[in-house]
Design a protein around this ligand. Structure first.
Ligand SMILES: Nc1nc2c(ncn2[C@@H]2O[C@H](COP(=O)(O)OP(=O)(O)OP(=O)(O)O)[C@@H](O)[C@H]2O)c(=O)[nH]1
Ligand SMILES: [Mg+2]
Length: 499
């Protein structure tokens, strides 16, 4: 770059630093010699530091590269849950340090489910239009702030339930308080996201969503005792702790949920709350206990919708010979958020893990109530497989939510009412175990194409390179952990398609 020399006659160009380091005008020959010697020594020192830094940088380049994994899939496919599992397995201390934050999310999940019931009570005898397309995983509640609406016709509602409903109005304060805590004002992108209204539901559904860049977990640090992160201590004397109101409302919430009339009403309206993400009404006595701290299993079940893309560093201690430094990128799967994925496709990825929730075959998207979730998931997977930029990236397909799928089949919901396969034409009478396996294979063939034999183990072994080892690490540690933690026969399948 051309330099400009300013003379002492140019007052505007006078630079104090140049002035400070330039030799004095009356410097003697001996002083000059000493100064030059010092300058030479300083230069040698500076060069040595530069060389050192260059050596360090080169060593870092040669050293083991972090394993970079991108999680993809539609909203509620289980991406963030996968990440939680992974942290729990490989860095349980860090997982535990987030316990107080997840406690708040679980409390909010509970309040939301109760609100759905109270909403349903406002039109108790109104059946939903199409039971098959009933959204169960996404909410059907009105925004939780404001008032809990009065039933349109109270003659149908038992007086006991009306009283419970009035007493539970205090839950609104909990909702407001927790939402404010989780969504700080200085982050304008954050907040409850309005989902598309459904034609058969009067109210606009809302779900709490948080941008990944928001340090929301840190907001709960003050609630957590310092020191031993394994034994978290909440400030139980805090008068603002929402746990106090939840505790006071505990019995009413349990009575409401277990009331035969409420169950009947929910059934009539085809509201399957059990399938709603963040369902905790079966654990109310635990969650409303005076000193409730979430278990690992509760943390895994907690639902908080993701906005944006976030990078998570996990130190994988054992069981992986492909590197201990893992970087996992979690994204929001809502349709409006998928455009944000593209910049991460070129990010030196080792693998993309695609979460396919196979239990979603009878559901529709919250953001597009006419689109079947399975159809959306399969076409999303197909577009990722076909993406030119990803031709050299390994793709791993996770068939997730197998437990919910098994429960659905056991409850009498038939896959053949939603998906065609020639297997269904054979009038074979399967027991539920075999029906589950068959249904899983039918769904898998939708993703991978008919005729492809699924054999995860042999595929991984035959490949014999780093990518297969990655799939193997996930397969062995993740699947086992999922099975153990959720106490399920099997909750997912890992499949690496041939590329
Ligand atoms: N029963 C069951 N529940 C699961 C499974 N995987 C995830 N879930 C639950 O499904 C809900 C949604 O999961 P998330 O991990 O939040 O979904 P996501 O893909 O991150 O969704 P977005 O952030 O909206 O893109 C959570 O309440 C999870 O606990 C599974 O295999 N079985
Ligand atoms: Mg998420």
């Amino acid at each position: 770059m051309p330099s400009r020399v300013y003379g002492p006659t140019d007052p505007d160009s006078w630079d104090p630093l140049t002035n400070a380091i330039s030799p004095p005008s009356d410097e003697s020959a001996q002083e000059r010699e000493i100064r030059i010697k010092h300058e030479l020594e300083a230069k040698q020192k500076s060069d040595a530091i530069d060389e050192d830094l260059n050596r360090q940088r080169a060593a870092e380049k040669k050293g083991p590269k972090p394993v970079r994994v991108l999680l993809l899939g539609q909203s509620e496919s289980g991406k963030s849950t996968f990440l939680k599992f992974f942290k729990l397995m490989h860095d349980p201390k860090a997982f535990s340090a987030e316990r107080a934050s997840w406690r708040a999310v679980i409390q909010l999940n509970v309040v939301r489910s109760i609100h759905v019931i109270l909403d349903a009570m406002t039109h108790p005898s109104q059946p939903r239009h199409d039971p098959r397309k009933q959204i169960t995983s996404s909410t059907s509640s009105s925004p939780l702030s404001g008032e809990i609406p009065l039933p349109e016709d109270t003659s149908d509602v038992e007086p006991e339930l009306i009283q419970i409903r009035y007493r539970l109005s205090s839950l609104l304060q909990v909702e407001d308080f927790l939402t404010r805590q989780l969504t700080p004002k200085d982050y304008s992108e954050v907040g409850t996201t309005q989902l598309a209204p459904m034609n058969h539901i009067k109210h606009v559904a809302t779900e709490l969503a948080i941008n990944s860049s928001v340090p929301w977990k840190q907001r709960f640090d003050r609630l957590v005792g310092k020191g031993d992160t394994e034994r978290m201590i909440i400030d139980w004397d805090d008068p603002n702790d929402p746990g106090k109101i939840l505790h006071a409302c505990g019995e009413d919430m349990i009575r409401l949920w277990q009331h035969p009339n409420v169950q009947q009403m929910l059934e009539k309206q085809n509201l399957r709350l059990e399938e709603m993400a963040g369902f905790f009404l079966d654990s109310l006595s635990e969650i409303t206990a005076e000193r409730y701290l979430p278990s690992d299993e509760h943390i895994l079940r907690a639902r908080l919708k993701t906005l944006g893309v976030s990078e998570h560093q996990v130190k994988v201690s054992a069981g992986s010979d492909i590197g201990s430094d893992w970087r996992i990128f979690d994204v929001g799967g809502h349709r409006s958020l998928r455009a944000a994925w593209a910049p991460f496709f070129e990010n030196n990825l080792d693998a993309i893990i695609f979460l396919a929730p196979i239990s979603a075959f009878d559901q529709v998207l919250a953001e597009a109530p006419k689109v079947n979730r399975l159809e959306d998931s399969v076409s999303l997977w197909a577009s990722i497989v076909a993406n030119k930029i990803l031709q050299r990236t390994d793709l791993i397909l996770f068939l997730n939510k197998c437990d919910l799928m098994a429960a659905k089949l056991a409850s009498g919901i038939k896959l053949k009412d939603y998906v065609y396969d020639k297997l269904f034409e054979k009038k074979v009478c399967w027991d539920i175990e075999r029906e589950f396996a068959a249904a899983q294979n039918i769904l898998l063939s939708l993703y991978l194409g008919h005729g492809y034999t699924v054999n995860t183990e042999s595929y991984c072994k035959h490949q014999g390179h780093a990518d297969a080892r990655l799939a193997e690490t996930l397969d062995s540690s993740f699947v086992n952990a999922m099975t153990r933690k959720w106490d399920l026969r099997r909750t997912c399948e890992v499949i690496s398609p041939p590329r």
